[in-house]
Every structure is written in structure tokens, then in C-alpha cells.
Design a protein around this ligand. Structure first.
Ligand code: PRP
Ligand code: MG
Length: 212
């Protein structure tokens, strides 16, 4: 019987809670931080530990069948991928922030400004909707430092506790979207694997109910 391939974040905020929900639904896997894949001992599932940003493409190509991933990443990179279930953890929002000292009056203040972000598609479509044109600088991490080093006037990144914004003297001025971890499914999923996924989804729903 073929195994369902599930991608989870290799390291970072989602990893721990992703492994926990798999454990809670009775799928036991060695949390092999050093291996890139691990088979479940008691269920036809294989877990792939991947970089967040790569997961949408793996889903599109059918390299993995399903993934536990932040909705924000799917929106940025994989808008044709189906969300089977919202998982209720790793909640965050994608926001635009500016230095605290800026007297921000509204989105028109971003016209012509430089915005540093790891979410270019998300920001672009938000700005277009609001008829604003700005210059995007794409950076992959530590985005909040950009205004302090003179690289940008504003940033767009995920905010969870707000502590990174606070530490970098920034304030949130636009909330673009809210996000949480989701179970996402490849458009190429086969029927036999869909049956495994159905079982997993049923178990997830019971666990989520129990957590409420
Ligand atoms: C993430 C994100 C924000 C921060 C938000 O960065 O890019 O910077 O967390 O969380 P907070 O509101 O609770 O502070 P991460 O620490 O993962 O590092 P990176 O941006 O360098 O990848
Ligand atoms: Mg960051």
C-alpha cells in the first residue's frame, strides 16, 4: 500500500506544534531533526521535513500529498492549493509596520515608499487593491531591521506576539491578513491516498474538538 507523504516545517515555529498534532492523532514518528524524512511506525504515512517556502511547490508538483503549513505561506506562494482543515495553532497576521516615530495617517502614506518584505505577492496585491505603488525589497529574514539600517521606510512581515516589532521600534499600521496552521492538500492526490487522508482528517477533527 502506498504511503501518504506529509510535509512539515523542518525547523521554526510550526515544527513543534505540527509534530504534536501528528502525535495527538496517534501517528508516532521519530522526530528526526537530522533526517529529511521519517516513516510512521503505525500508519501508512511518511513525514518530510522541508523548508516552509518550498512546501507549496512540492504540493503543486505532487511530490508531497499533504502538508501542515501556515496559511500565509500558501497565500503567498500557492493560491491554487486546497486547505482541507484549519488547525488552530500558529496564529499570526501579515502586517505592514513603520517606525514608531512616523506620523502615519493612512495607506496613502505608503505611496512611493520602500517596503522590505518576505511576502512580495501578498503586499503587491494589497497595495494594488488600494491603488498604491511602492518599491518592494525582498528579504528572507530579519525583515524588521530594514528601517533601522536605512534599507526601507516600512516592512511587511508576520506578527505573532508583536515582540519583534516592539524590539525594533516599529508599529503595526496595516493588517493584510490573518493566518494559522492548516492541513493543505496536493491537487494531484490519488484516490487511495485520499482514503488515508480522510482517516487523518477525521482524527484531527476529534483532537481539535477535544482542545476547545
Ligand atoms: C518571524 C517573523 C517575525 C516574527 C514575528 O521571524 O518573520 O519577524 O517571527 O513574531 P513575533 O511577533 O512573536 O515577534 P523569525 O523569528 O522566524 O525569524 P526570521 O524572520 O529571521 O526568519
Ligand atoms: Mg522575522
Amino acid at each position: 500500500m502506498s504511503k501518504l507523504r506529509i510535509a512539515v516545517q523542518k525547523s521554526g515555529r510550526l515544527n513543534e506544534d505540527s509534530m504534536k498534532i501528528l502525535k495527538d492523532i496517534g501517528i508516532s514518528i521519530d522526530n528526526g531533526k537530522d533526517q529529511l524524512k521519517a516513516a510512521a511506525r503505525n500508519f501508512p504515512v511518511e513525514v518530510f521535513y522541508l523548508r516552509n517556502g518550498d512546501i507549496p511547490q512540492y504540493l503543486k508538483d505532487g511530490v508531497v500529498d499533504a502538508a501542515i503549513i501556515g496559511e500565509n505561506v500558501l497565500i503567498e506562494k500557492g493560491n491554487d492549493i486546497r486547505v482541507a482543515e484549519k488547525l488552530g495553532f500558529s496564529t499570526c497576521r501579515v502586517c505592514i509596520a513603520v517606525p514608531k516615530s512616523v506620523d502615519y495617517k493612512g495607506i496613502q502614506d505608503l505611496e512611493g515608499k520602500r517596503i522590505a518584505t518576505s511576502y512580495p505577492n501578498t503586499v503587491k496585491s494589497y497595495l494594488e487593491k488600494n491603488n498604491i505603488s511602492a518599491n518592494l525589497h525582498i528579504i528572507n529574514g530579519s525583515v524588521e531591521i530594514a528601517p533601522n539600517i536605512g534599507l526601507a521606510d516600512a516592512i511587511c512581515d508576520i506578527v505573532s506576539s508583536g515582540s519583534t516589532l516592539f524590539k525594533n521600534n516599529l508599529k503595526e499600521v496595516e493588517m493584510i491578513l490573518k493566518s494559522e496552521a492548516v492541513l493543505a492538500v496536493s491537487p494531484l492526490l490519488s484516490t487511495d491516498k485520499q482514503a488515508i487522508l480522510d482517516k487523518i482528517q477525521f482524527r484531527i477533527q476529534s483532537v481539535l474538538k477535544g482542545r476547545q
